[in-house]
Design a protein around this ligand. Structure first.
Ligand SMILES: C[S@@+](CC[C@H](N)C(=O)[O-])C[C@H]1O[C@@H](n2cnc3c(N)ncnc32)[C@H](O)[C@@H]1O
Length: 315
């Protein structure tokens, strides 16, 4: 890894260091050198592990995925897996890619959800967005959109996407709980979360954790399996599943992480339960407007009292 600046763990300057590193990677790609190559100095990103085996990037894409995106987009991949291989995309879906980089996963998604669906790439780095737009033009993709912004503050309305994907980006954030809450917010009820990311072993050493180059290289900021699962549940997602894949570091592995936003009825029940609490509390919410503000989407049938979800209505 290049440049081993220490970090204090507060995450204050992490985002700018991440942005600079991936802007340099995008510039290297645009100049014709690979992001993981350099003629004359350290490469902007390292795609190999300590033994020299490539563990990030294009080698992870099988023929089916690679065939759905232009070669240049796949060649510029810096991911640690292939989220589109597990996201079960369907025509008509709206897909959001958190930290879309040069756009390979967005372009693969766009092809799978066409003709009525669309794929949105969100990234904070102008140079990456430029590469992605060029790759989309080369692919002739018309159902794609590129947004500049932060994954901690997704510039999309609530419940506006069917699937959130991401490839080796959440580990880079200084506030992962917030990223996962934002992902849950923009998902529609029943929507799917399917990402590749790096998972740290519980015993990752303090020197690795404190090394900025290891952070911007997708290792030091990684959550452990337990932390990731807890954060997803805390964000309100269910059916959480984390499957580890290949090793990317002495103390970390790639993983596929999947979860679901509860469907509307379950959301209604959660709202009803938190708004109304006990049956006695529900019984105080029986009239017209009071009932709907109390019970949310779980309002009981006309003429009955309390919230309908979960058989809690009375009289
Ligand atoms: C490791 S690269 C992965 C890019 C892409 N997903 C891929 O598989 O090739 C990380 C990308 O996430 C973007 N990124 C990192 N942190 C971000 C944040 N907090 N908000 C938005 N984008 C971010 C970077 O600009 C970069 O393009």
């Amino acid at each position: 890894m290049n440049g081993s600046t220490n970090i204090d763990g507060s995450g204050g300057d992490v985002r700018e260091a991440v942005r600079e590193r991936y802007a340099a990677a995008a510039r290297a790609t645009a100049s014709g050198a690979g992001a993981g190559e350099s003629c004359c100095g350290p490469a902007p990103v390292v795609l190999d592990d300590a033994a020299g085996t490539q563990v990030f990037g294009d080698v992870l894409y099988g023929a089916r995925e690679a065939g759905d995106a232009p070669g240049a987009a796949v060649a510029a991949s810096l991911g640690c897996g292939v989220p589109t291989a597990v996201a079960e995309l369907r025509p008509g879906d709206v897909v959001l890619d958190l930290g879309s980089g040069a756009g390979a996963d967005v372009l693969i998604s766009a092809r799978r959800v066409a003709p009525t669906g669309r794929a949105i790439g969100l990234d904070m780095t102008d140079e990456m967005l430029d590469l992605a737009r060029a790759n989309a033009t080369a692919a002739g993709a018309t159902n794609v959109e590129w947004l500049k912004g932060h994954i901690e503050d997704i510039p999309l309305p609530d419940a506006s996407v069917d699937v959130v994907i991401s490839n080796c980006v959440i580990n880079l954030s200084g506030d992962k709980d917030r990223v996962l809450r934002e992902a849950a917010r923009v998902l529609r009820p029943g929507g799917r979360f399917a990402v590749s990311d790096v998972i740290a072993d519980p015993d990752m050493d303090a020197a690795t954790r404190a090394d900025m180059a290891q952070w911007t290289g997708c290792i030091a900021g990684a959550l452990t399996r337990e932390q990731f699962e807890r954060s997803l549940v805390g964000a309100g997602l269910v059916d959480v599943e984390l499957v580890e894949g290949h090793r990317v570091h002495e103390h970390a592995a790639s993983a596929i992480v999947r979860a679901t936003k509860p469907p509307a009825r379950a959301v209604g029940l959660a709202e009803a339960t938190s708004a109304c609490g006990s049956d006695a509390a529900q019984a105080s919410c029986c009239e017209g407007e009071t009932e709907s503000s109390c019970c949310g989407t779980a309002t009981a049938a006309a003429g009955s009292c309390g919230c309908s979800a979960g058989g809690r209505q009375q009289g």
